[in-house]
Write a protein that binds this ligand. Structure first.
Ligand code: AMP
Ligand code: GLY
Length: 431
């Protein structure tokens, strides 16, 4: 079978790495891919949101199955366009992807389904939002752009000035373009975060291992939100009973509401949750695999990944055996190496050294997130540059191994968190 992975970051490198191990794949392509995917797939120079270009490529190259990485491709309607050509697609339709693409839609769905989440209000103009902020709300609170903003459209505000600034920058200055034409103002939730991914074909659902992202830029969860600075799996704050509760209170009702709303969904639902004292609550939904969660999850999965992903795309997930859950019992830790200036304006072009040495270490994988080959050198070409993943007997061992491998890698301005996994090590069970 010929398979195409769409996207060009660390998540897609991890997907290609795992799929390339499948004996069922004849040719594996990645569009646009990156220097990391080039060693296991054929990179195709088409961007993820070029729906017409990708459709033409698939037809010309007898592609039978497409795995979509980034949300922007899904909300651009890539899934619908390919399905219209009878190509199996892992990734929801455009209206299914609204679960991520419109926080206003997601909140409406949660309220119809009684799914626990922060209380909120939606505003389409800055004046009514400011009036609301003046009217005796309590702080901190959270201001969010309703549309896609690459993980950067969320501002936690300690006071009214910060909140009105956030509202103005989103609605009036269009910091995130049209994604900020509507904003949500929501209750700040206290607790521990966890990422839950589940595969679904619209009727059956399989929950994947838990993971925990580290969203803030700096050690000790300080600094601005980013796309994610590192991850661990399993998350230590949710046990099997907690996972069942999440399935019953959140995941199953989410699927039910999607199907009730007639939204076709064949792909992954990734729920970012806050484990609060009163139970798990949804912070956000994503319509695709998390990044860096994918880089920490896939190395722990022992199945041929093609099987469950294709079964989702073909609407026969029920037929997939429990082998999907066959896990490497070890823990995994991923640390993101980022460019100077990330997340604001990352400095591009620095030469990267030492990746091969790091990769040679046992139980270490280096996934390319934002790199390019130019003038004979591997160079920085993004904010998040490399995802270094290590497996170990437990989180302590995995993180030690990841940080030792990082010592092999250098580029000018390289920044990364030194405390990935520390919270999981110290954390008590939250649910
Ligand atoms: P989101 O993109 O909605 O997941 O938000 C990004 C990050 O902002 C989350 O991972 C949380 O760390 C934080 N966050 C979002 N919403 C809330 C909330 N209501 N209360 C507390 N923290 C939040
Ligand atoms: N790790 C955060 C995200 O993928 O949205």
């Amino acid at each position: 079978m010929n398979v195409l992975v769409v996207g060009g970051g660390g998540r897609e490198h991890a997907l290609c790495w795992k799929l390339a191990q499948s004996p069922q794949i004849k040719r594996l392509f990645c569009a646009p891919g990156n220097p990391g995917t080039a060693s296991m797939a054929e990179n195709i120079n088409i961007v993820a949101t070029d729906v017409a270009g990708l459709r033409a490529f698939c037809k010309a190259n007898a592609i039978e199955f497409v795995v979509v990485g980034p949300e922007a491709a899904l909300t651009a309607g890539l899934g619908d366009a390919l399905r219209a050509e009878d190509i199996a697609v892992f990734g929801p339709s455009r209206d299914g992807a609204e679960l991520e693409g419109s926080k206003a839609f997601a909140k409406g769905l949660m309220s119809r389904g009684g799914i626990p989440t922060a209380s909120y209000r939606v505003f389409h103009d800055a004046r009514s939002a400011r009036d609301y902020l003046r009217g005796g709300v309590s702080y901190p609170l959270v201001v969010k752009a309703s549309g896609l903003a690459g993980g950067k459209g969320v501002v936690i505000c300690e006071d009214e000035t910060a909140a009105t600034d956030a509202v103005s920058s989103m609605i009036e200055s269009r910091l995130h373009g049209d994604s900020g034409s509507s904003v949500l103002i929501e209750e700040f939730l206290h607790g521990e975060e966890v990422s839950i991914h589940c595969l679904t074909d619209g009727s059956t659902m399989l929950t994947l291992p838990t993971s925990q992202d580290h969203k803030r830029l700096l050690d000790g969860d300080q600094g601005p939100n980013t796309g994610g600075m590192g991850a661990v799996s399993p998350a230590t704050n949710l046990d099997a009973k907690g996972i069942r509760r999440v399935e019953e209170e959140i995941l199953f009702p989410t699927l039910h509401q999607l199907s009730k709303a007639g939204r076709s969904y064949r792909g992954v639902i990734y729920a970012g949750l806050m484990l609060t004292r009163s139970g798990p609550k949804v912070l956000e939904y994503n319509a695709r695999f998390g990044d860096p969660e994918t880089e920490v999850l896939l190395p722990r999965m022992q199945c041929d990944l093609l099987e469950p992903l294709l079964a989702c795309a073909q609407g026969r997930l029920e037929s997939v055996s429990d082998a999907v859950f066959a896990l490497d019992s070890r823990a995994a830790v991923t640390v993101m190496l980022c460019a100077a200036g990330y997340p604001g304006s990352p400095l591009q072009g620095a030469v990267i050294a030492g990746v091969e040495a790091a990769e040679k270490r046992e139980d270490v994988l280096v996934f390319h997130a934002g790199t390019t080959m130019s003038h004979g050198h591997l160079r920085v070409a993004g904010g998040r540059v490399l995802a270094v993943t290590a497996l170990g007997a437990d989180i302590a061992a995995a993180r030690k191994r990841a940080y030792s491998a990082i010592a092999d890698i250098q580029f000018e301005g390289m920044q990364y968190r030194k405390d990935i996994g520390m919270r999981a090590l110290s954390g008590a069970l939250a649910l």
